[in-house]
Structure formats: C-alpha cells, structure tokens
Design a protein around this ligand. Structure first.
Ligand code: PEP
Ligand code: MG
Length: 626
C-alpha cells in the first residue's frame, strides 16, 4: 500500500512537472505568433491515472468507447430533396421512440422508484407536445431534413432554457436533448447498438438514461463519467446492473481517446489510461480474485454474520433509492441501518407531500419485508439540495444550513415527513433517526415535533406507530462529548463517520486537496468512536456505525473489537466485511481494538492493522477492496 502510494505520488509529481513544461511550451508558442490570439491547439493531455468516485464496485478492463453528444454531429443547415419523404421519416421515428419509451418504462419498473420512473413519462410528454412536434414539422415543411429540423428545434428550446438561471429548467433542457438523441437514433435507423466486439468501457461527460439503456450490455465492462455524482441516474442504474463505474473523474474527456486501453477500478474510484502491462497484469489478477471471491461468497450463502466463536454482528445496509434494496437483499443485509431519505427527495419536482412520501416509504419497506429499517429524516444541504429548493450561497456549507437545522426551521415540512414515516411504520419494523444532532435542544425539539405529529395522527384516526424508537446520528463532535446526556433521551446511536471525521479533523469530506488529512484510522477518530460505543453500552442503548468506515475491511476487526455489533454499509461491501468477521475469534478482535486504541499516529495504526491482517491471512481481502 505504502509503496504503491509513494509510487503514485512520484508519478503525480512527474505528471505535474510535465504539465508545467507543456503549459510553458504553449505559452511560448503563443508568444511566437506575436501575441495574436491564434496559438497551437492544445494537445490532448494524457494523464495516466485519473481519480474519481466509486459509483459501482468491481474491476474492468477494455477499450475506451467515447460517447459524445451525437446530436451535435447533425448539420443544422441540411436541406431536403423531398419534404414529404422527410415528414414520413420523422413520423415513423417519432412513433418508434414513443413505443420504445413505453417498453423501457415497463422494463425499468422493478428497478426504479415511481418518482424516477416519471422521467420516462416526462420524455413521452415532450414527444406528444403539439408545440414541440409542430415546430419540427414546420421546419421540415420549410425544406429541412428531418435530422436538421429536429436539431434546430432542440437547440433553440434548450438554449432558451439554459439561459435561465433556474435549475429546474436547466434539467429540462437535458431532457429535451435526451429525447432528441432517441428520435435521432430512430431516424438514422440505428437500432440498439450491436454488442461491442471487445470488452468496452464507456467514457462520457455524462450519460443520460436513454444512452445507457441503448447500450448493449454484453461486453460492456465498465463506465467512466466525467461529471455526475454517485447518485446520478446513470450511477444508480450502473449499480443495479452491477457494472463497475467511476464518476466525477476530473479531466476524463481530455485524457481519453477512442480505443485507448483502460483499466477501471470501481472499488477505489480510479481509471488508468493506457497504463502499461504491469498495472494491467496486476488488475487481471485482482479481477480474477475478485470474481472468484464473489462466487465463493454467493456459494457461502447469507447465513448470519458471527465471529468464529459465535459473537454476532448485525450487517445492515445503507440505502438511498429503491434499486439499492435489491442489492441489499442479494448481498444478505439483515435490514437497513440507514435509509437516506433525502435522495428520494432529490428526484421529485417539488417537496413530496405526505401521501407521496407514505407511498414511497411503503414501497421501499414492502421490498425490504420484515427486516428492521432505520429511516433517517431529511439530511439535505451542503452537497445535496433538491433542485426545487432555493438556498442561500454559503461560505461554509458544511458548517451551515443543513440537515436537522433545515428541518427544525422548516417545521411544517419536517412534520409532513415525520407523519409519513409514522404512518409507514404502522405496518413495518421502522425506527426513526435524526441526523447531525449537535445539542440536546435540537434533539428535544425534534422529539417534540415527533410527539406533535403522533398526537395529530391519533386525533385524525390515522393508523401509525405510536411507540416508534428514536435515535440520532452521532456525527458532530459535540454529540460525542454530550453522548452520556444524549443517551438518556434516545433509544439508539448511529455513528456517522463520514461527517464525524470531517468535523473532528477539520478536513472537508469532498475536497481532494485535503483528502490525505481526511482519515478514518486517525487516533482521534478511533477514540471518539470508542467513547460513543462505551457510553451507549453503559446506558444499555444500541449503537451502530453507518459511515463509509463500516465498509473498509481494514477497519472491521477494530470496530467489532471495540464492541460495535451493528454495522451499516453499502450493500456491495457486506460480503467482504462479513468474510473478515467470520475468519476470526472475538477475542482477537478485542485485542486488536485494545492495542490500536493505545496508538498515537495514523501510520502506526495502519501499519499495525496491516500486520495483524497479514498474520490472520486476511490481507488479500483488504487489498482487493481498498
Ligand atoms: C455520515 O455522515 O457518516 C453518514 C452516514 O451520513 P451521510 O454520509 O449521509 O452524511
Ligand atoms: Mg452525515
């Protein structure tokens, strides 16, 4: 690891130097032409290692297929020979596009929540819109080819939408272009793409839903996207189809050419461009081991997770949207430890009302069955705002108006959510959890609103759970300090290391510049977790850990040894963490935790853990997933 990271650093340093030389050269070229604005076209900068975010795990190797916005390949001035022929072509393509959308909706139904499926309805409505279709027809009558007419109308409409600084309209512009791609494909009689001849990795700025569903998945080995977050539609679908995917890859489009040989590491969120045989060989072996491991895990089945000597650890899943539930069940989650309710909110066009939320939660809970589910109330703000919410610009959004702070201020909206959760909990095994609690006042106010909602439901005679368990995320340092006092007023704690680390170490969780400072295995982080666990146990309250740290197999034994017997993690990592737990005795984990808690530096802790995992024969697993 260390060696690898040193090598990487050295490579990055050399790359930086090379870029500086290149920049200098370009500047010189510019000077040579005497300050005229014409200078050498910037050559593609070839970066060998591109970092992004893991959106769907697994490894892939293959040739790059760069998906452009192929609408832009249309000549907007192309005149037709015969408008009648063009008009017939257009009407046929339109009909085929509509039929395709209908089929697609049915196919996607089990994979996506109702709110997401609406995207297909939205696209259908565009194609049925008289004004939209009428303008294309007019343009064809005026002598343009069907392609040109389509392109012109889409460009005009999306340009006017993009000109408005309104997120909603901007997104609609994307929908128009997406619809345009679909019709264009039918105009060109391009049926679903033939299977790729060789394993292929799709490279794109962004991938719309229709582009992704157009691709033949046979030899689709992976997906790399420059934009897009882990929760973009493409990322969600990729996860549902289990296609290794890395998103948010900076400089991707300028670094990759069609046909380049790529290695994609969906576990670490890295893409290598023409990496050379050494890295390729490493990845071939990693991929082989990963596949074998996955197969072995499936054969092992989903028996409860326990150490060799029978100490039980509950494995829960973190989920955001409906498709995650299928994965959670497939990978043997015993329930949901964190349902991030805000992600569904991001897919609506306005705040969903009580009925919509009740339907949403019920659909998710139905899919999960009898297993316990912890629904976290809205955790919006900072890096995730629904498009319909107007928010002030803040200098420090992570220290600003986010999460429970928004909920408590917008008490009306908050109560709508509380009521919907309470009602959904009437028939299912649900607990409620408040995020980002930093004081007793916040917890008490949230509980007050919960009690009010219960009283209202009671009065209205609506079926609900009057005794729902209430817990909080411990993810702000003040909550660690207050843990003994908070414990008296809740049923459970869930340690949110993603935020806790950033607040304890003052290192933004999303800022690559300080990524090296954002460290789960920091002694301060570990003692904070130990403190929360001890307090919870002393107060006889349940405690879970639901940050990304729970999916790091190198941290597993430490966490279990500290007394955490509930972990909640991304479903795809459940098998590896379960495997680690099954391979050791509880006493070994206890010892590891005890020793680690004495240590003073990250380096010491990591070095020690690597050694222990090596002794236990578990280091291979760690290397594969880390
Ligand atoms: C956390 O902060 O650890 C957590 C689980 O919540 P989120 O990642 O949604 O902020
Ligand atoms: Mg958090």
């Amino acid at each position: 690891r260390l060696r690898e990271s040193l090598v990487t650093k050295e490579k990055e340093r050399l790359e930086y130097k090379r870029r500086m030389i290149e920049a200098n050269r370009q500047l010189k070229d510019y000077e040579k032409v005497g300050g005229k604005t014409r200078h050498a076209a910037p050559a593609k900068i070839r970066r060998p290692r591109l970092a992004g975010l893991s959106a769907s795990p697994g490894f892939a190797q293959g040739n790059a297929h760069v998906v452009g916005t192929f609408l832009s390949s249309v000549d907007r001035h192309q005149k037709s020979r015969d408008p009648k022929v063009e008009s017939k072509r257009f009407e046929e393509a339109l009909a085929r596009s509509l039929a395709e959308l209908a089929t697609l909706r049915v196919r996607m139904e089990p994979l996506m929540p109702e709110s997401d499926l609406k995207i297909f309805d939205g696209h259908r409505m565009i194609l049925e819109d008289e004004e939209f279709v009428g303008r294309i027809r007019d343009s064809i009558t005026n002598g343009y080819t069907a392609e040109s007419a389509l392109f012109r109308v889409i460009e005009e409409l999306s340009a006017s939408m993009l000109a408005v600084a309104d997120n909603y309209l901007r997104e609609r512009a994307t929908d128009f272009r997406d619809v345009g791609h679909r019709v264009l494909r039918h105009l060109r009689q391009e049926e679903k793409r033939a299977p790729f001849a060789k394993p292929t990795i799709i490279v794109a700025e962004e991938l719309t839903l229709s582009q992704l569903t157009m691709v033949n998945h046979d030899r689709l080995a992976g997906i790399a996207l420059q934009s897009g977050g882990v929760t973009s539609h493409a990322a969600i679908l990729a996860r549902a189809f289990e296609i290794p995917t890395v998103v948010g890859v900076e400089h991707l489009m300028e670094s990759v050419l069609e046909g380049d040989q790529l290695v994609l590491d969906g576990n670490a969120g890295v893409v290598y461009v023409n990496p050379g045989t050494e890295i390729e060989r490493d990845y071939v072996s990693l991929q082989r081991r990963y596949d074998a491991f996955k197969k072995e895990l499936i054969e092992e089945g989903n028996a409860p997770t326990a150490t060799r000597d029978g100490h039980r650890v509950m494995m829960f899943a973190n989920i955001a949207l409906l498709p995650d539930i299928h994965l959670a069940l497939r990978y043997g989650a015993e329930g949901v430890g964190l349902l991030r309710s805000e992600f569904s909110f991001l897919t609506y066009e306005d705040f969903p009302d009580e009925t919509q939320q009740l339907a949403l939660y019920s659909k998710m809970l139905e899919a999960i069955g009898k297993r316990p589910v912890t629904i976290r109330t809205l955790d919006i703000g900072a890096d995730k705002y629904p498009p319909y919410m107007r928010v002030p610009r803040e200098d420090n959004p992570f220290l600003g108006w986010r999460s429970i702070r928004i909920s408590l201020e917008m008490a009306g909206l908050f109560k709508v959510q509380l009521r919907a959760i309470l009602r959904a909990a009437a028939k299912h095994n649900v607990r409620i959890m408040f995020p980002m609690i930093s004081s007793l006042e916040e917890l008490r106010r949230a509980k007050e609103l919960l009690a009010e909602s219960q009283a209202e439901l009671f009065k209205e005679g609506l079926e609900h759970n009057p005794n729902i368990e209430v817990g909080i995320m411990v993810e702000v340092p003040s909550a660690v300090w207050l843990a003994p006092r908070l414990a008296r007023e809740v049923d459970f704690f869930s340690v949110g290391t993603n935020d806790l680390i950033q607040y304890l170490l003052a290192a933004d969780r999303n800022n690559p510049k300080v990524a090296h400072l954002y460290e789960a295995l920091h002694p301060a982080v570990i003692s904070a977790i130990a403190e929360v666990v001890n307090v919870a146990r002393a107060a006889d309250k349940e405690v879970c850990l639901c940050g990304e740290m729970a999916s790091d197999p190198l941290a597993t034994l430490l966490l279990v040894g500290m007394g955490l017997d509930e972990l909640s993690l991304s479903p795809l990592f459940i098998p590896v963490v379960r495997k680690v737990i099954r391979e050791v005795d509880y006493q070994t984990a206890r010892l590891i935790a005890r020793e680690t808690l004495q240590m003073a530096s990250v380096q010491e802790i990591k070095g020690y853990l690597v050694e222990r995992y090596r002794d236990l024969g578990l280091i291979n697993l760690v290397e594969m997933y880390r």
